[in-house]
Design a protein around this ligand. Structure first.
Ligand code: ZN
Length: 59
């Protein structure tokens, strides 16, 4: 998993004109709505990664 998460769209206006902010790590600025926001990785969910159920034949 990459340490740096880059958003593709502004969570507020949906625009794609995002640029890294100098506010700090994970901070982004939206040029369309002039908002600054920060992405933060909170950790893995306690329920874990859901296993995909495969319809393959059992041995
Ligand atoms: Zn925006």
């Amino acid at each position: 998993m990459s340490e740096r998460a880059a958003p593709f769209y502004c969570p507020y206006c949906g625009d794609e004109d995002l640029r890294p902010s100098e506010q700090g790590h994970g901070a982004w600025e939206c040029a369309a709505c002039n908002r600054a926001f920060q992405l933060k990785f909170l950790g893995l969910l306690s329920r874990g990664v859901r296993q995909e159920e495969h319809g393959g034949a059992e041995i």
